[in-house]
Write a protein of this length. Structure first.
Length: 99
């Protein structure tokens, strides 16, 4: 590796995904969403023993990383896994762990 080329675009993307999943609540949300087509934010607040504002921050982190997407269906927001980015995150993590 040439240090002058660091970080690479792949490393940047992996770091973005890793930061987004670096909390147990976010991992739980991703696991839940990966098993179903979509979920409403209100449903998540019933499952998790955290404040709505805290959940909102976790969802924002996952959305900013591109791992989930949300659609407003007033008065709720429907969240789904972004399947393409989820697959890329899995592939990048797999690649890192199998060096």
């Amino acid at each position: 590796m040439n240090p002058s080329n660091l970080p690479t675009e792949k490393q940047e993307r992996l770091a973005k995904y890793a930061k987004a999943i670096a909390h147990p609540i976010r991992i739980y949300v991703l696991q839940l969403l990966a098993k179903q087509s979509c979920c409403y934010s209100g449903d998540l607040t019933e499952d998790l023993p955290i404040a709505k504002s805290t959940l909102s921050q976790h969802l924002k982190e996952l959305k900013n990383a591109g791992l989930i997407q949300g659609e407003i269906e007033a008065p709720k927001i429907r969240y789904c896994i972004n399947r393409e980015n989820w697959k890329e995150a899995q592939d990048l993590l797999n690649e890192l762990l199998h060096i």
